[in-house]
Design a protein. Structure first.
Length: 180
């Protein structure tokens, strides 16, 4: 496995979100030699608008793009909202896709995981997130998947489920191995 930094983006802003707990678990269980950087400011990003994407762009956008530039890979952890991508995550994708054709994640490996209500654990949102990021520039690693139905956690933190811990750690290791 290559050493590397992995940017974590979470598509839920809710403090008690299972997806935020998955991000916590990722930070706790990352393989040796892996640095995880959770950019926890997606709620501060203005709605993407090319008119404001100038040299004086808002500071949260500058910080997001800088975090993406530092990272060798990205782990996106997201729920499913109404069968699709949460707006806050889609907005981040739009900011990270610019400048067009040369965004900060261009060519870098990216994986999408998460948890959601329903029996499929957010599969639709995860697929849509992979599609949107794939168009935006990162190299989506399609076979790194983890979609958890929240009811399967029985109200417990994901760290209390050995299979979730093992699978998430494995995904992070495989994602880092994809870094060029």
């Amino acid at each position: 496995m290559s050493d590397g930094t992995v940017l974590i983006l979470v598509g839920s802003l809710r403090a008690a979100s299972i997806n935020r707990r998955l991000a916590e678990l990722a930070l706790e269980t990352a393989p040796a030699g892996v640095t995880l950087e959770w950019f926890d400011r997606l709620g501060e990003l203005p709605h993407y608008n090319e008119d404001i994407d100038t040299e004086s762009v808002a500071e949260p956008v500058v910080a997001l793009r800088a975090a993406a530039a530092r990272a060798g890979a990205t782990l996106v952890i997201t729920p499913e909202y109404n069968g699709s991508i949460p707006g806050v995550l889609k907005n981040a994708i739009d900011w990270l896709s610019r400048p067009y054709g040369n965004g900060a994640l261009k060519g870098k490996p990216l994986a999408v995981v998460g948890a959601s209500l329903g029996q499929y654990g957010g599969v639709w949102a995860h697929d849509e997130t992979r599609k949107s990021f794939g168009i935006a520039g990162p190299r989506v690693v399609d076979d790194l998947e983890l979609s958890i139905p929240t009811k399967s956690l029985d109200g417990k933190h994901p760290r209390e489920h050995a299979e979730v811990v093992s699978r998430l750690r494995d995904i992070i290791g495989k994602l880092v191995a994809e870094i060029d």
